[in-house]
Design a protein around this ligand. Sequence first.
Ligand code: F6P
Length: 743
Amino acid sequence: MRLSLRFILPLILVLAGIAYGIAPLVDQLTLRWFIRDLNSRSTAIANAIQEPLLEQLAAGKRAKTEEFFSRITQDERLFAIGYCDSSTGKMLASRSLPAEIHCSDLDRWQLPQGHLLTSIHGPLHVTVRPLASESAPDGQLVLVHDMSFISRRTEETKRYVFYFFMALAGVVSLITVVIAQLSWRGWMAGMRSLLRGEGLLRKPSGGAQAPLPGFKPIARDLQRLIQELESESRARDESQITWTPEALRTILHSELSGEDVIVVSNREPYIHQHHGERIEVSRPASGLVTALEPIMRACSGTWIAHGSGSADKAVVDKNDCIRVPPERPAYQLRRVWLSPEEEAGYYYGFSNEGMWPLCHIAHVRPTFRSSDWAQYVAVNRKFAEAVASEAKTKTPIVLVQDYHFALLPKMIREALPDATIITFWHIPWPNPESFAICPWRNDILAGMLGSSIMGFHTQFHCNNFVDTVDRFIEARVDRESFTVSCGGKLTAVRRYPISIAWPPEADMLRESIPDCRNRIRDLNGLPLDHKVGIGVDRLDYTKGIVERFRAIERLLELNPDWIGRFTFVQVAAPSRSGIDEYQHHETQVRAMATRINGRFENQGPPPIKLRIEHHEPQAVYEYFRAADLCFVSSLHDGMNLVAKEFVAARDDERGVLILSEFTGAARELPEALIVNPYDADQCAAAMHLALTMPATEQRDRMRLMRGLVAEFNVFRWAGRMLLDAASMRRRGRLAEKTERGGM
Ligand code: F6P
C-alpha cells in the first residue's frame, strides 16, 4: 500500500502540472476559435440586415433605423450596432455603442478578423462591414459583440480539462499499480526461488510445473550472474587458501560457526578387536575413512558408524560413544549395533551384492533379494534415528557417506526438515539403462533426493545421476544449474573429487627412501637392486587384480629380461569375505599368482608376492616409498585414493604410477601412465616403460602429480562441500527473511 502511494502521488502531481501547463494554450486556442465565429457571425448579420437597413436609410427614416438597431441588439451576444454614413460622417447607432467608436476613425477597427476592445463593459469584438447601394448613401456597418461569454466558456473548458486530467491520472495510476503489483509478486516469487537456489526458470503450480511467463530470460541472466559470481568468488577463495586442517577449522568457524557436524558411514574409522586378553585398535582399509578421518579431526563433531569390531562394545560409554583418535581424542565416534541378520541383509546383501556390482560396471551380476532390501530399509531407519538423537540443533550439517545409505537423506529430512544434508557417493554412478535393473530404483532415487547436495567424484557420474533421475522420477531437472527439484525440495548435484591429506603425516615419511627400499626387499627376500612394483587394494573384483597379474605375465613374456629381476608385491586387505563372489575372487587371485610364479620357477625371485592381510597405513607407505612403480588397475573406480597416496609418499619425486583409465583419479593425474586394464599387452608395455624410465622423466611426472594432490587435497574437498553448504544455508535464511518481510 505504502509502495502504491509512493507511486501514485508523484503521478498525480505530474499530471496536475501538465493540466496547469496546458491551460494558457487552451485559452489561446478557444479565443481564436471564438473570434473566427464572431467574424462569420458579423458577416452573416451584416448580410441579413443589409436590405431592410438600406431601404430605411433610403427612405430617410432615422428613428425607425435606431429602433431597428435596438431590436437587433436584444440578441444576447450582439452588444451594439451602428451605421456610419460615409458622405456626412454621422453615426446612427444603438445606444449601447461604446464611446470609443467614431465615424471619423473607423479605419482603425477595419481588420479582417475584427478588433478586440477592452471597454468599461468588458471585452468586446468590433467588426466593420461596408454597405453600398445605389438608392442609399455609401456607409459602413459597425457590429460590436460582447466577448464576456468567451472568458466564461474558457474558464469552464479549463475546469473540464483539469478534471479530465485528474481522472486520467487516477485511471493510469490504478492500472499501473495493479500491473506493478502483479509483476512485483511474480518478481518476488522468482527472487525468492532464486535465493532458495531453485531453478528460477519454472515455478511449481499445484504440483504441475509451469513456466513463469516473462521471467525466463531475466531469470536465466540472474542465475548465470549469481553462478558466475559464486564460482568466481569460490575459485578466488579456494585458490587463495592453503588448504590445511587449520584452514578448514577456520572456515568452519567463520562460515558455519558453531555448527553441528555429523558424519554417517557404514565403516567406522577405528575398530576395536579382542586379541586374546588384549584389545587392539586398527584403522580399516577404506578410501572413505582415509578421506574423512582428517576432516573429523579438524572439525570435531560426531561420526556415526556401524560398530563392527569384536571389542567395540567393550570400550564405548553408556551412549555407545567413544572419543577418537585414541592417541589424541578430537571427535566423537557413535557406534550403531547391527544384528547378524541386519548385517547380512543390509551390508553383505543389498549394499555389496546389489548396489556395489550395480554401480561398478565390472561384469558381476547384481543380486537383489527382497529380504535384503527389507534389512537395508530397516538399517537406514536405525541410522536416521541415531542422527536425530545425536543432533544438538534442528539445523545440523549431516554428511552422509556412500551407497549403504541411499535412503537415509530422505529419512533424516523427515526428522530434521531444516538440516543441511550433504550426501557423497564414493563409488561410480552408472548410466540409466544399467541402473534400471534395480527393482527399488525409484525408492533409492527418492531417498537420495532428500539431500541438499548430492556429491560425486566426477562430472560424468553427476551426469549419469541426473539422467537417471530424469528418466525414472517425477522431478524437475535443471541442467543449467545442475539441480533437481522433487516434491518442492531442491537438490544440487555437484562434483567433488575426493583426495587425501596433504602434507602426509610426518610419521609416514620419517623412514628414508633408501631405508624403505632395503627393508621391503629384505622383508620379501629380494636382492637390494631388485625392481619392485606395488599394488595396494582391498581384495575386491573391481580392483582388477586378476587383470594386473595377467599384465605381469605378459611383461615377462614380452620382455624376458625382467624374469628374476622384477617382483610385483600385491598387498590385498581381506574384504567382504562373507560374500561368495569375494571368496571366488580370492581363490582366483591366489591361484593365478601361484600359476604365474610356477611358470617362472627357478629363475630367481618370484614375479608376484601376494600378501593377503591387513596393513596399517604406515606399512603401506613403506611399500610405496620402496617401489619403482605402483599399478592401479581398477576396472571401474569412483576415484581411487591409492594412486594419490603413492604420489604423496614419493617426496623423492621418483617412482612411476600406472593408472587405469577407468578411475576418477585418471582425470586428475594425466602424468601417470594411463592404461586400459583389460589390455594386457598395453599394461605390460606400460610396466616396461616404467621400469626403464629415466630419473628426470620420473621426476617431471611426479612433480606435476604431487603439485595437483597438494593443491586439491582432502581439506579442499571437504572445504568446498562445506562452503557450498554454508552458502546454501545463507540463501535459505535470506529467502525466509524475504518471505517474512512480505515482499
Ligand atoms: O571407498 C568405497 C568403499 O566402498 C567405502 O564405502 C568403504 O568404506 C570402502 O570402500 C571399503 O569397503 P568396506 O567398508 O565394505 O570394507
